[in-house]
Write a protein that binds this ligand. Sequence first.
Ligand code: ADP
Ligand code: MG
Length: 257
Amino acid sequence: MVEAFAVASGKGGTGKTTSTLALGMALAEDHDVTVVDADTGMANLLFHTGLDDVAVTLHDLLVEEDGAAPTDAVYERFGMKVVPCGTSLAAFQAADPERLRDVVADLAANTDVLLLDSPAALGSKSAVLPVVLADRTVIVLQPTIPALSDGLKVQEYARSYGTETAGTLFNRVRDDEGIDRVAEQADRYFGGETLGVIPESDAARAARQAGEPLLAHAPDVPASAAFREAARRLDVRDGASGDVADRFRSAVVPDQV
Ligand code: ADP
Ligand code: MG
């Protein structure tokens, strides 16, 4: 294990799942990468990876009596290990968020880079756990001041658990959005740096419809190049694999969020 990142944002629909898979594919050129759909209430990574009909997902690992082993929910796709989560509300309700900690610890022991596609809100145990467990967060923002404000709340929460910001990713940026001014503000208030400015891209939508990550569906579009550059800037750090797994197992899951 090298490092665990939570890909987070203050709002849904900003492109967390798109970004998780794009960074994952880019980092997979040099590392053993596992991406986990830790957005267990609003899971959608399965639709981005063509895994919407698989038998075992993260949900099965979070239900105590189920007896599924972590490896049962790991699918080798697009050069990465992909752990999708199901979309059933009943399964979400039956899932024990604390088990996520142990599942993530098991997965961490067998990979170099772990990317946790994280929930947008901070309102429940299952929502905050990825940010609490990760070494660093990547904060995905649409380029507006309200989005920055939401992202800052995520950063503040993460920092209160010792999780520093790796940097920000601006997504769905249009030419006319004054991104330089917004990024300048962001660099002042967020940890890390602006990792990337990802343009609004028809290919991102088409990729989702095709059930493929952007970097598999359209590797040569500007948005893909921007994600690859962002992955380079992440500058993944070395760490002993046992340490991270042990730290996850002993992490305190907050009762109050
Ligand atoms: P989240 O996981 O934060 O809810 P998604 O990654 O699922 O967000 O993205 C939400 C929607 O926006 C998806 O339909 C996705 O295809 C689309 N999308 C994401 N990034 C871009 C982009 N750069 N350009 C255009 N559409 C995008
Ligand atoms: Mg998502």
